[in-house]
Design a binder for this molecule. Structure first.
Ligand code: AMP
Ligand code: FES
Ligand code: ZN
Length: 309
């Protein structure tokens, strides 16, 4: 006899959530997922009723599940989708198509920033620079800058991203081992803006695993692409994610315990650690250490290389 759903008791259970001691049918899983996203938003006061929310959608499963579930959880909230096309051949256009399909299916407007069209530079151009082995880090700099740019165009002051629990834990371990305290302190559910014109960054999926996001998309019929970025996640990130999975085999609760412990200790860290003071970039106004932000520096550098042929 197949096991019945622990919530409704009538349909067959299809998803096992050992950390919550639940086995749910598809419908109850979707309901449970949306309820958790809603609870996380409310617990951390990520946004208020009348605020417009920009959801950064990459085309992948996490941000697809985020946009879809936020729409369901907050029916009267103004929500828009934001997408950055990084110009990576055979990848970025597919991601944009999927992000557009998603926005249409959810019924929200989408704002797109096309890096190649606007800057005449694509992420792949950095392959010709000293960053060729650190494309992911340049990508992060470009995305952070671009998100603020399109959020401004869309008129939103809240930026929600699909970072999931596994992303956070992996990033936490890496920042801890490399003593990147400032990065560690910024890793929290709600990051207030550094300057008043910027967005508040929120992570409503901080307590949800990548697997649950995938199941949500599959069961709710949410469009997403599984195509992987050719430059994505280094071997070390994959190793850390694998280590977390191995630990979870004996204790399904361990990731939740680790996240809870981290969120508690990060409050203490925040009081102790002085973040470097930021001054506005003279070119774009973005936070910088010395008057020119990382984005403007990298753009000027890659353009110089490109112009020399
Ligand atoms: P990643 O840095 O690729 O792990 O992505 C983390 C989150 O950033 C995703 O869940 C999205 O919310 C957002 N994101 C990543 N890439 C893009 C993109 N090209 N356009 C819009 N949002 C993105
Ligand atoms: Fe950023 Fe691939 S999307 S390195
Ligand atoms: Zn700048």
């Amino acid at each position: 006899m197949p096991r019945k759903c622990s919530r409704c008791g009538s349909a067959n259970a299809e998803v096992s959530l050992p950390y919550a001691k639940l086995s749910l049918c598809r419908d109850c899983f979707l309901e449970y997922y949306i309820h958790r996203v809603k609870r996380t938003v409310e617990k951390y006061r990520m946004f208020r009723k009348g605020e417009a929310v920009g959801v950064a959608v990459s085309g992948g499963k996490d941000s697809a599940a985020l946009l879809h579930s936020l729409r369901r959880a907050f029916l009267s909230q103004k929500i828009v989708a934001l997408h950055v096309n990084l110009g990576i051949p055979e990848y970025s256009d597919r991601c944009q198509e999927e992000a557009e399909r998603l926005a249409e299916s959810v019924g929200v407007d989408i704002y797109i920033l096309d890096l190649k069209r606007e800057e005449n530079v694509s992420l792949s151009d950095f392959k010709r620079t000293i960053y060729k082995k650190k494309i992911c880090s340049v990508c992060g700099t470009i995305k952070r800058h671009s998100f603020e740019e399109i959020a401004g165009r869309a008129g939103v002051k809240v930026l929600a991203t699909g970072h999931n629990m596994d992303d956070i834990l992996s990033f936490m371990l890496s920042s801890l081992f490399t003593k990147q305290w400032a990065q560690l302190v910024r890793l929290k559910p709600v990051l207030p803006p550094l300057f008043s014109w910027m967005t508040r960054k929120v992570k409503p999926l901080i307590k949800i695993s990548g697997r649950e996001n995938l199941l949500y998309c599959l069961y709710a019929g949410v469009p997403f692409t599984e195509i992987e970025c050719p430059y994505s996640k280094g071997a070390k990130t994959k190793e850390r994610l694998k280590a977390l999975e191995i630990l979870s085999m004996n204790n399904p609760n361990i990731k939740y315990q680790a996240l809870d412990a981290f969120l508690e200790i990060s409050k203490i860290l925040e009081e102790k650690i002085k973040l470097p003071k930021a001054t506005p970039c003279v070119k774009c106004g973005f936070p910088s250490r010395d008057g020119i932000c990382a984005y403007c520096k990298r753009m000027a550098y890659v353009k110089e290389i490109l112009s020399n042929g």
